[in-house]
Design a protein around this ligand. Structure first.
Ligand code: A2P
Length: 327
């Protein structure tokens, strides 16, 4: 049994941490919940017991915690993760603050769990679209090699938290539009996170840089377009993959069926393929529309869907904490 802290416990991902830990019977002894001063004193149930939310501050990590899961935004992770680490508490961080630091393992347990052995007190949980994409890429990479990947994402508004859901829900019947620069209702936005000088968005560069880091191949050729769509929960990714060597389609089906974390949904006669409404609330990565890209040699197109708040965030973070327990 271990003592666990949650920073950002009242947020969408923070609450999902608790739900996932309950479901997976994570062996919690003491639990400490932290959020902003606005939430101080709010009560949250966990395993049938009531816990009070405390305000996150520099003294929070004087409490006897073994692990703290962070999902309170990048700025707070930057500020507080080193304080926790200093006090000997292992941080598993869901923000992008630490992901690209060389000394910080960036982990998807089905793909690179071994990287955890090198941790120095902070472990990063990857970007939501990256997590669901590297799970099918890994067995392809190991068996055939990968020359190039083109990612196009279709990302739900819950990826922006409560405010994203509000823009969609209210925008369906009014002109309400608060978070995004344009209405998301009845629209799609080729714009997630801020624009960079190279013309890409930060979200697109996260997919490129994090995929290379997780697959441990800095030279892999990857490009990405990340798009926000008017869907509440669940991200979809179209991946066009140029493999290094020849493949048979039935080998690919078998490979995905045997891969931990994947469920293949691909039965065209019955209109069965992955969709966000099927993935919502689930922890699997759904893969379908598996077909050749006839425009190049060794080209493969796949369609990947997962629940961004679960496998794309909370579940993956809790799985990382489980790896720590088993270490
Ligand atoms: P609070 O609910 O008190 O604002 P989400 O990503 O769903 O918006 O959640 C963000 C999480 O981060 C919430 O738990 C939120 O707490 C927490 N948070 C936001 N600002 C702060 C802050 N200044 N100090 C501590 N926690 C914060």
């Amino acid at each position: 049994m271990i003592n666990v802290g949650i920073a950002g416990a009242t947020g969408m991902v923070g609450r999902t941490f608790l739900q996932v830990m309950e479901e997976r019977h994570f062996p919690v002894d003491q639990l400490y919940l932290f959020a902003s001063s606005r939430s101080k004193g709010t009560s949250i149930m966990f395993n049938g017991k009531e816990y009070m939310v405390e305000e996150l501050n520099e003294d929070s990590f004087d409490k006897p915690m073994d692990i703290v899961l962070f999902s309170a935004g990048g700025d707070l992770s930057k500020k507080y993760a080193p304080i926790a680490k200093e006090k000997g508490i292992v941080v598993v961080d869901n923000s992008s603050a630490w992901r690209m630091e060389d000394w910080v393992p960036l982990i998807v347990p089905e793909v690179n769990s071994d990287a955890i052995s090198e941790h120095q007190g902070i472990i990063a949980n990857p970007n939501c679209s990256t997590i669901q994409s590297v799970i099918p890429l890994k067995p392809l990479y190991d068996r055939y090699g990968i020359n190039r990947v083109v990612f196009s994402t279709y990302q739900s508004v819950s990826g922006s938290g409560i405010a994203g859901l509000e823009d969609l829900e209210k925008g369906l019947s009014t002109t309400y539009n608060n978070l995004y620069p344009h209405p998301i209702a009845y629209n799609v936005l080729p714009h997630i996170d801020s624009f960079l000088e190279n013309g890409y968005t930060k979200e697109e560069m996260k997919m490129i840089d994090e995929t290379r880091k997780i697959l441990d191949d800095q030279n892999m050729r990857i490009t990405a377009t990340a798009v926000r769509v008017p869907v509440k929960y669940g991200h979809a990714v179209s991946a066009s993959i140029e493999l290094e060597t020849a493949f048979e389609l039935d080998e690919i089906f078998t490979l995905f069926k045997e891969t931990d974390g994947i469920k293949v949904l691909d039965d065209l006669d019955n209109n069965i393929y992955p969709m966000p409404i099927l993935a919502e609330g689930k922890d699997k990565v759904y893969v379908g529309r598996i077909r050749r890209d006839f425009s190049i040699d060794n080209g493969l197109n796949i369609w990947i869907v997962a629940d961004n708040s679960r496998k794309g965030a909370a579940t993956n973070t809790v799985q990382i904490a489980e790896l720590l327990l088993n270490k």
